[in-house]
Ligand binder design. Sequence first.
Ligand code: GLY
Ligand code: MN
Ligand code: MN
Length: 448
Amino acid sequence: MSRDAIHDPKLHRARRTRLLEALGDGLLLLPTAPETLRNGDVHHEYRPGSDFHYLTGYPEPEAVLAAWRTGRGRHRAVLFVRPRDPAREVWDGKRYGPALAQRLFGVDAAHPIADLWRVLAEVLPTQPRLFHRLGADPAWDQRLLQFFAAQAKKHRRREPPAHPVIQDPLPVLAAQRLQKDQGEIDALRVAAAITASGHEVAMRAARPGRHEYEVQAALEAEFRRLGSPRNGYASIVASGANACILHYHENDRRLRDGELLLIDAGAEFAGHTGDVTRTFPVGRAFTEAQAAVYRVVLRAQLAGIRACRLGARSDAPHRACVRVLTQGLVELGVLRGTVAKLVAKERHKPWYMHGTSHWLGRDVHDVGAYRDADDRPEPLPRHAVLTVEPGLYFAPDDRKVPRELRGIGIRIEDDVLVTARGPEVLTAAAPKSIAAIERICAGRAGID
Ligand code: GLY
Ligand code: MN
Ligand code: MN
């Protein structure tokens, strides 16, 4: 059965209770992610919807959660799932079915998915609101409209009852998911540890003559070996100037001595992902120019991590990184002028064109607001997890920078948990200092 199955009924009940208390009275209707076709009759690998999995731990497709408050701090949760089907199970693997779903996943009841609309017709009239995110999946919106149409038809001779107010539960759910609970922190710690180990294995596996995809294979083999069923996003394995393409994905170039290799990859574990970038020499050591850029990016990253303090503005890490990167661009001979003025004019942008941080959790770009309704940065809340990922990218044909910098792209990324005791780097085990990286590079077997 799927490694996405998480049987922790108390944890999921607590999450649902918290959500429903915050939403108030109404029926939450939450489908999991649909299966998607890759081609013909072949599906993409299935991954449950993040919100659904957060509230249920249930791994199979074609499942829906319905939940509503039954009193202060109490609720009823019903799962609708694929029924057992011995003929289909021969082809596609075992299914839980309603009986096992109810027993293992701690819901109050579970029914075959075909019963959804019948049960909804009973429950919905007792509820003042329907919490459902319109627009997330047009197929579900359509089913809901058809349901309302069918309900209206039943009352042809009389005034049909008004359909309930439909309210989007996502803002409340996203704010809840932004602050990780113990189950999420535990899963993220494991995802981070697996991710760090994969990066170290990749550092050992890289060498001149190998291809980017061979290093990718070594990295991802380590992820799988340690129990990660899949990556949280497509691995970026970018050698030389490919590192200047932010979402490079071909991963098919041959590595050359004297160049750097940038790897941005994260292992998923129990529905949560790491997100780490390391940049290191293909050969034994950094060149002088590479080391000079690396030191600037590392200094920026450490400043960004220090800025991840509880209650700090959510853009504090970015501001800290931009300041250090701008100072570094002056030291590298790329910019001229006073740092404060250069920062005010955002003169770093040709070489640092992306943001520094995003929320991290189940999704690599996880849910949660960064700014309030007045566009002011939100304060960093307790147990939020965010990345800190500054970089500098000097394209090979960039005539505005000294020749020796051209073709160098460096990013360093870690995952940080915000705590009352200060920032905790979950991915600290991935080698990062020049000394630690060069020790690994120089110690690789089979390099002449
Ligand atoms: N790996 C995607 C990112 O760093 O945002
Ligand atoms: Mn990231
Ligand atoms: Mn990344």
